[in-house]
Design a protein around this ligand. Sequence first.
Ligand code: PGA
Length: 266
Amino acid sequence: MSHRPKLVVANWKMHGSATANAALLSALTAGLATGCRSEVAVCVPFPYLGQAREFLSKSAIAWGAQDVSEHAPGAYTGDVSVEMLEDFGASVVLVGHSERRVFHAESNERAAAKALRALHGALRVVFCVGESLAERQAGVTDRVVRGQLRALLSGLMPQMMGQLVVAYEPVWAIGAGNAAKPEDVQEVHAVLREQLQRVDAKMGSACPLLYGGSVKKETAARLFELPDVDGGLIGGASLVAPEFLAIVAAADAACGDQVKAHGYSQ
Ligand code: PGA
């Protein structure tokens, strides 16, 4: 069981406009102004990184991107490097999201290469894994997520683990309206936890494991109290300030419960 603050990461996907973002970011900074126990980050489309920096640099909310190139700066038309993200104050990046894997044919190896490039820099990487519906029905969920994570872990230097976050996002639950069942989430998170601990027992226990896929304010509390769930990766609900703030509040409450249950004081 983790006693760390929860981590709640917003994935805006390809949504937003300068006007809509200004309203959303202002509402988030106002809503979290009195402080929260959870760590919060928003991953925005590349063109809005400057706007995120403008609105968030005086807040405790971190910002970042949803993808990054596996290459060093060079002749890669359309790509965005780690250095460019860092130039805009980004401290976090999503890698290997299923929408990249499916719509951009991103392989396990390519996702791993992107993550390693970002980990060589100072970025925190939210590395996404998750099975399709067909894979779940075929009973190969554990094998699939292990394979996705193994591609990264095989090239990882132990000191990079402190920058790593793993997000379990069953593809069939993303944008579906219904999150995975808590017992199924915990089962997969336990598999991932064990795999991380085999690399380094201490760092593997400390590595945040997020759940993503239709997390809503109504379901967040139950998911965040699971022993191996350290927070959430939030898509649709992160675009609506009151929804997202309610999810952060659920993360705060879950962290408080764990702290109380284990006799720790803040
Ligand atoms: P969702 O998306 O919360 O809209 O299901 C989550 C994600 O894809 O990261």
